[in-house]
Design a protein around this ligand. Structure first.
Ligand code: GUN
Length: 322
Protein backbone atom coordinates (compact mmCIF):
# COMPACT_ATOMS: atom_id res chain seq x y z
CA UNK A 1 0.00 0.00 0.00
CA UNK A 2 1.76 3.21 -1.12
CA UNK A 3 2.19 6.01 1.38
CA UNK A 4 -0.06 9.02 1.06
CA UNK A 5 1.44 11.07 -1.80
CA UNK A 6 2.85 14.46 -0.84
CA UNK A 7 0.60 17.44 -1.55
CA UNK A 8 2.33 18.47 -4.77
CA UNK A 9 2.05 15.04 -6.33
CA UNK A 10 -1.29 14.76 -8.01
CA UNK A 11 -2.98 11.74 -9.35
CA UNK A 12 -2.36 12.15 -13.05
CA UNK A 13 -5.51 10.22 -13.82
CA UNK A 14 -7.36 13.31 -12.59
CA UNK A 15 -5.84 15.54 -15.24
CA UNK A 16 -4.87 13.15 -17.98
CA UNK A 17 -7.25 10.25 -17.54
CA UNK A 18 -4.36 7.81 -17.70
CA UNK A 19 -3.79 4.55 -15.88
CA UNK A 20 -0.46 2.73 -15.77
CA UNK A 21 -0.56 -0.69 -17.47
CA UNK A 22 -0.40 -2.41 -14.08
CA UNK A 23 -3.69 -0.69 -13.26
CA UNK A 24 -2.01 1.62 -10.76
CA UNK A 25 -2.23 5.32 -11.35
CA UNK A 26 0.85 7.33 -12.32
CA UNK A 27 1.62 10.30 -10.11
CA UNK A 28 2.01 13.73 -11.62
CA UNK A 29 4.65 15.79 -9.83
CA UNK A 30 3.33 19.33 -9.55
CA UNK A 31 6.41 21.55 -9.38
CA UNK A 32 4.31 24.68 -9.31
CA UNK A 33 2.53 23.61 -6.12
CA UNK A 34 5.85 22.60 -4.51
CA UNK A 35 7.42 25.93 -5.52
CA UNK A 36 4.43 27.91 -4.20
CA UNK A 37 4.78 26.20 -0.83
CA UNK A 38 8.51 26.97 -0.77
CA UNK A 39 7.93 30.63 -1.75
CA UNK A 40 5.32 31.00 1.02
CA UNK A 41 7.86 29.78 3.58
CA UNK A 42 10.55 32.10 2.20
CA UNK A 43 8.17 35.07 2.25
CA UNK A 44 7.48 34.63 5.95
CA UNK A 45 11.16 34.06 6.73
CA UNK A 46 12.06 37.23 4.80
CA UNK A 47 9.44 39.17 6.78
CA UNK A 48 11.01 38.04 10.03
CA UNK A 49 14.52 38.98 8.81
CA UNK A 50 13.21 42.39 7.82
CA UNK A 51 12.12 42.96 11.42
CA UNK A 52 15.84 42.63 12.26
CA UNK A 53 16.75 45.13 9.55
CA UNK A 54 17.91 42.57 6.94
CA UNK A 55 16.33 42.65 3.49
CA UNK A 56 17.62 39.96 1.11
CA UNK A 57 18.79 41.56 -2.14
CA UNK A 58 19.06 39.86 -5.54
CA UNK A 59 20.77 41.45 -8.57
CA UNK A 60 20.12 39.89 -11.96
CA UNK A 61 22.18 40.75 -15.03
CA UNK A 62 20.91 40.23 -18.56
CA UNK A 63 23.28 40.85 -21.48
CA UNK A 64 21.74 40.98 -24.95
CA UNK A 65 18.29 40.40 -26.33
CA UNK A 66 17.66 36.65 -26.08
CA UNK A 67 13.87 36.47 -25.69
CA UNK A 68 13.80 33.33 -23.52
CA UNK A 69 16.54 34.70 -21.21
CA UNK A 70 14.55 37.93 -20.83
CA UNK A 71 11.48 35.96 -19.74
CA UNK A 72 13.51 33.87 -17.25
CA UNK A 73 15.24 36.90 -15.74
CA UNK A 74 11.92 38.76 -15.51
CA UNK A 75 10.37 35.80 -13.64
CA UNK A 76 13.30 35.71 -11.20
CA UNK A 77 12.94 39.42 -10.39
CA UNK A 78 9.18 39.07 -9.99
CA UNK A 79 9.57 36.13 -7.60
CA UNK A 80 12.15 38.08 -5.57
CA UNK A 81 9.75 41.00 -5.17
CA UNK A 82 6.91 38.62 -4.29
CA UNK A 83 9.13 37.21 -1.50
CA UNK A 84 9.68 40.74 -0.17
CA UNK A 85 13.32 40.90 -1.36
CA UNK A 86 15.15 43.88 -2.78
CA UNK A 87 15.44 43.16 -6.51
CA UNK A 88 17.50 44.92 -9.17
CA UNK A 89 17.78 43.97 -12.85
CA UNK A 90 20.69 45.21 -14.94
CA UNK A 91 19.92 45.15 -18.68
CA UNK A 92 23.04 45.50 -20.80
CA UNK A 93 23.33 45.58 -24.60
CA UNK A 94 24.74 42.59 -26.53
CA UNK A 95 27.76 44.76 -27.38
CA UNK A 96 28.81 45.05 -23.71
CA UNK A 97 32.52 44.31 -23.26
CA UNK A 98 33.88 41.73 -20.86
CA UNK A 99 35.68 44.52 -19.00
CA UNK A 100 32.44 46.44 -18.44
CA UNK A 101 30.62 43.32 -17.27
CA UNK A 102 33.48 42.49 -14.89
CA UNK A 103 33.27 46.02 -13.54
CA UNK A 104 29.53 45.62 -12.85
CA UNK A 105 30.11 42.27 -11.11
CA UNK A 106 32.83 43.96 -9.02
CA UNK A 107 30.40 46.71 -7.98
CA UNK A 108 27.71 44.18 -7.04
CA UNK A 109 30.27 42.18 -5.02
CA UNK A 110 30.89 45.32 -2.95
CA UNK A 111 27.24 46.42 -2.65
CA UNK A 112 25.96 45.66 0.90
CA UNK A 113 22.32 45.75 -0.28
CA UNK A 114 22.99 42.85 -2.68
CA UNK A 115 23.34 39.33 -1.28
CA UNK A 116 22.87 37.32 -4.47
CA UNK A 117 24.21 37.94 -7.99
CA UNK A 118 22.88 36.12 -11.04
CA UNK A 119 24.37 36.68 -14.50
CA UNK A 120 21.99 35.01 -16.92
CA UNK A 121 23.61 32.49 -19.29
CA UNK A 122 24.33 32.13 -22.13
CA UNK A 123 26.37 35.30 -22.55
CA UNK A 124 27.26 36.79 -25.97
CA UNK A 125 30.16 34.95 -27.59
CA UNK A 126 32.59 37.85 -27.17
CA UNK A 127 32.40 37.48 -23.38
CA UNK A 128 34.21 34.66 -21.59
CA UNK A 129 31.47 33.28 -19.32
CA UNK A 130 33.95 31.38 -17.11
CA UNK A 131 35.83 34.58 -16.32
CA UNK A 132 32.56 36.31 -15.36
CA UNK A 133 31.39 33.45 -13.16
CA UNK A 134 34.78 33.30 -11.44
CA UNK A 135 34.53 37.03 -10.69
CA UNK A 136 31.30 36.64 -8.68
CA UNK A 137 32.07 36.51 -4.95
CA UNK A 138 31.42 32.87 -3.91
CA UNK A 139 29.32 34.07 -0.95
CA UNK A 140 27.00 35.90 -3.41
CA UNK A 141 27.02 33.16 -6.07
CA UNK A 142 23.38 32.10 -5.63
CA UNK A 143 23.53 30.18 -8.93
CA UNK A 144 26.18 27.89 -7.44
CA UNK A 145 28.32 28.10 -10.58
CA UNK A 146 31.59 29.47 -9.18
CA UNK A 147 34.51 27.02 -8.84
CA UNK A 148 34.42 27.38 -5.03
CA UNK A 149 30.79 26.26 -4.84
CA UNK A 150 31.24 23.56 -7.48
CA UNK A 151 34.24 22.25 -5.52
CA UNK A 152 32.38 22.27 -2.22
CA UNK A 153 29.58 20.20 -3.73
CA UNK A 154 32.08 17.78 -5.27
CA UNK A 155 33.73 17.11 -1.90
CA UNK A 156 30.40 16.78 -0.10
CA UNK A 157 30.48 20.14 1.72
CA UNK A 158 26.93 20.86 0.62
CA UNK A 159 26.02 22.82 3.76
CA UNK A 160 28.72 25.38 2.95
CA UNK A 161 27.93 25.55 -0.77
CA UNK A 162 25.26 27.16 -2.90
CA UNK A 163 23.73 24.34 -4.89
CA UNK A 164 22.70 25.16 -8.49
CA UNK A 165 18.98 25.89 -8.52
CA UNK A 166 17.66 23.50 -11.18
CA UNK A 167 19.26 20.32 -9.81
CA UNK A 168 18.46 21.41 -6.24
CA UNK A 169 14.79 21.82 -7.21
CA UNK A 170 14.81 18.56 -9.16
CA UNK A 171 16.22 16.73 -6.12
CA UNK A 172 13.39 18.01 -3.91
CA UNK A 173 10.85 16.75 -6.46
CA UNK A 174 12.62 13.37 -6.67
CA UNK A 175 12.56 13.08 -2.88
CA UNK A 176 8.89 13.97 -2.76
CA UNK A 177 8.06 11.48 -5.52
CA UNK A 178 10.11 8.77 -3.78
CA UNK A 179 8.16 9.44 -0.58
CA UNK A 180 4.88 9.27 -2.50
CA UNK A 181 5.90 5.90 -3.98
CA UNK A 182 7.41 4.58 -0.70
CA UNK A 183 10.85 4.27 -2.30
CA UNK A 184 14.41 5.10 -1.30
CA UNK A 185 17.05 6.93 -3.29
CA UNK A 186 19.66 4.76 -1.59
CA UNK A 187 20.88 2.16 -4.10
CA UNK A 188 18.46 3.32 -6.80
CA UNK A 189 19.72 3.35 -10.41
CA UNK A 190 19.70 7.00 -11.47
CA UNK A 191 20.31 8.08 -15.06
CA UNK A 192 21.00 11.69 -15.93
CA UNK A 193 20.80 12.51 -19.62
CA UNK A 194 22.92 15.63 -20.21
CA UNK A 195 26.30 16.66 -18.79
CA UNK A 196 26.01 20.44 -18.52
CA UNK A 197 27.62 22.39 -15.70
CA UNK A 198 24.21 23.91 -14.89
CA UNK A 199 22.21 20.69 -14.54
CA UNK A 200 23.78 17.34 -15.45
CA UNK A 201 27.03 17.43 -13.48
CA UNK A 202 25.65 18.94 -10.23
CA UNK A 203 22.60 16.62 -10.44
CA UNK A 204 24.99 13.66 -10.55
CA UNK A 205 26.79 14.93 -7.44
CA UNK A 206 23.55 15.44 -5.52
CA UNK A 207 22.20 11.98 -6.36
CA UNK A 208 25.55 10.38 -5.52
CA UNK A 209 25.38 12.03 -2.13
CA UNK A 210 21.96 10.47 -1.66
CA UNK A 211 23.59 7.06 -2.30
CA UNK A 212 22.01 6.50 -5.71
CA UNK A 213 24.01 4.61 -8.33
CA UNK A 214 24.50 7.33 -10.91
CA UNK A 215 25.08 7.13 -14.67
CA UNK A 216 25.51 10.24 -16.81
CA UNK A 217 24.58 9.88 -20.48
CA UNK A 218 25.28 12.46 -23.17
CA UNK A 219 25.32 13.11 -26.90
CA UNK A 220 28.00 10.47 -27.52
CA UNK A 221 26.31 7.75 -25.46
CA UNK A 222 25.51 4.62 -27.42
CA UNK A 223 22.30 2.72 -26.67
CA UNK A 224 20.52 5.32 -24.58
CA UNK A 225 17.36 3.22 -24.72
CA UNK A 226 18.97 0.42 -22.67
CA UNK A 227 20.25 2.86 -20.03
CA UNK A 228 16.83 4.54 -19.77
CA UNK A 229 15.19 1.12 -19.43
CA UNK A 230 17.32 0.39 -16.32
CA UNK A 231 16.76 3.71 -14.55
CA UNK A 232 14.64 3.90 -11.40
CA UNK A 233 15.22 7.66 -11.51
CA UNK A 234 15.55 9.44 -14.85
CA UNK A 235 16.56 13.09 -15.12
CA UNK A 236 16.38 14.40 -18.69
CA UNK A 237 18.34 17.59 -19.35
CA UNK A 238 19.46 17.54 -22.97
CA UNK A 239 17.33 20.27 -24.53
CA UNK A 240 16.07 18.10 -27.39
CA UNK A 241 12.30 17.90 -27.77
CA UNK A 242 10.85 14.53 -26.74
CA UNK A 243 14.14 12.79 -27.50
CA UNK A 244 13.54 10.21 -24.76
CA UNK A 245 10.83 7.89 -25.93
CA UNK A 246 8.13 6.86 -23.50
CA UNK A 247 8.50 3.16 -24.36
CA UNK A 248 12.11 3.25 -23.08
CA UNK A 249 11.04 4.29 -19.57
CA UNK A 250 11.24 1.60 -16.86
CA UNK A 251 7.86 0.73 -15.41
CA UNK A 252 7.39 2.66 -12.15
CA UNK A 253 10.37 5.03 -12.71
CA UNK A 254 10.53 8.55 -11.31
CA UNK A 255 10.90 10.79 -14.38
CA UNK A 256 12.12 14.37 -14.01
CA UNK A 257 12.04 16.35 -17.24
CA UNK A 258 14.22 19.46 -17.14
CA UNK A 259 13.83 20.23 -20.87
CA UNK A 260 11.76 23.21 -21.98
CA UNK A 261 11.59 23.14 -25.79
CA UNK A 262 9.36 25.30 -27.96
CA UNK A 263 8.01 23.38 -30.97
CA UNK A 264 5.46 24.19 -33.70
CA UNK A 265 1.88 23.24 -32.85
CA UNK A 266 -0.50 21.75 -35.37
CA UNK A 267 -2.91 24.39 -36.60
CA UNK A 268 -5.96 24.38 -38.81
CA UNK A 269 -5.47 25.42 -42.46
CA UNK A 270 -5.24 29.21 -42.68
CA UNK A 271 -4.60 29.57 -38.92
CA UNK A 272 -1.53 31.59 -37.82
CA UNK A 273 1.47 29.42 -36.79
CA UNK A 274 1.49 28.55 -33.09
CA UNK A 275 3.98 26.91 -30.76
CA UNK A 276 3.82 24.78 -27.63
CA UNK A 277 6.29 23.75 -24.96
CA UNK A 278 7.46 20.15 -24.66
CA UNK A 279 10.11 18.48 -22.53
CA UNK A 280 12.98 16.15 -23.42
CA UNK A 281 10.74 13.16 -22.62
CA UNK A 282 7.77 12.12 -24.77
CA UNK A 283 5.26 12.72 -21.96
CA UNK A 284 2.12 11.12 -23.43
CA UNK A 285 3.84 7.71 -23.68
CA UNK A 286 6.12 8.03 -20.63
CA UNK A 287 3.21 8.78 -18.28
CA UNK A 288 1.78 5.32 -19.08
CA UNK A 289 4.92 3.66 -17.69
CA UNK A 290 6.32 6.04 -15.07
CA UNK A 291 5.60 5.78 -11.36
CA UNK A 292 5.79 9.57 -11.11
CA UNK A 293 6.56 12.20 -13.74
CA UNK A 294 6.94 15.97 -14.04
CA UNK A 295 4.91 17.81 -16.67
CA UNK A 296 6.36 20.49 -18.96
CA UNK A 297 5.57 23.25 -18.22
CA UNK A 298 4.79 23.19 -14.49
CA UNK A 299 7.43 20.71 -13.35
CA UNK A 300 11.04 21.61 -12.66
CA UNK A 301 10.85 25.21 -14.02
CA UNK A 302 9.00 26.78 -11.07
CA UNK A 303 11.26 24.93 -8.61
CA UNK A 304 14.36 26.50 -10.19
CA UNK A 305 13.04 29.92 -9.29
CA UNK A 306 12.02 28.77 -5.82
CA UNK A 307 15.52 27.45 -5.12
CA UNK A 308 17.08 30.70 -6.36
CA UNK A 309 15.01 32.58 -3.79
CA UNK A 310 16.03 30.06 -1.11
CA UNK A 311 19.71 30.57 -2.00
CA UNK A 312 19.31 34.36 -1.92
CA UNK A 313 17.71 34.28 1.52
CA UNK A 314 20.47 31.98 2.72
CA UNK A 315 23.12 34.31 1.31
CA UNK A 316 21.54 37.25 3.16
CA UNK A 317 21.50 35.32 6.43
CA UNK A 318 25.10 34.18 6.01
CA UNK A 319 26.37 37.63 5.09
CA UNK A 320 24.58 38.98 8.18
CA UNK A 321 26.18 36.11 10.22
CA UNK A 322 22.77 34.65 11.05
N1 GUN B 1 20.61 29.87 -18.02
C1 GUN B 1 19.84 28.74 -17.97
N2 GUN B 1 19.64 28.36 -16.68
C2 GUN B 1 20.32 29.25 -15.91
C3 GUN B 1 20.48 29.38 -14.51
O1 GUN B 1 19.98 28.57 -13.70
N3 GUN B 1 21.23 30.45 -14.12
C4 GUN B 1 21.80 31.33 -15.00
N4 GUN B 1 22.53 32.32 -14.50
N5 GUN B 1 21.67 31.22 -16.30
C5 GUN B 1 20.92 30.19 -16.76
Amino acid sequence: MPAQPAASIRDSAESAGILRPSGEKALLIDGRAAADRLLDELRSEAASLLRDGIKPGLATVLVGEDAASRVYVGSKGKAARACGFHSVQHDLPATTSETDLLALVGQLNEDPAIHGILVQLPLPKAINATRIIEAIAPEKDVDGFSPVNVGRIAIGEIERAFVPCTPAGALLLIEEAAKGLSRHLRGAEALIVGRSNIVGKPMAQLLLQRDATVTVAHSRTTDLATLVGRADILVAAVGRPEMIRGEWVKSGAIVIDVGINRVPRETAPGEAPKTRLVGDVAFAQAVKRAGAITPVPGGVGPMTIGMLMANTLRAAKRLAHR
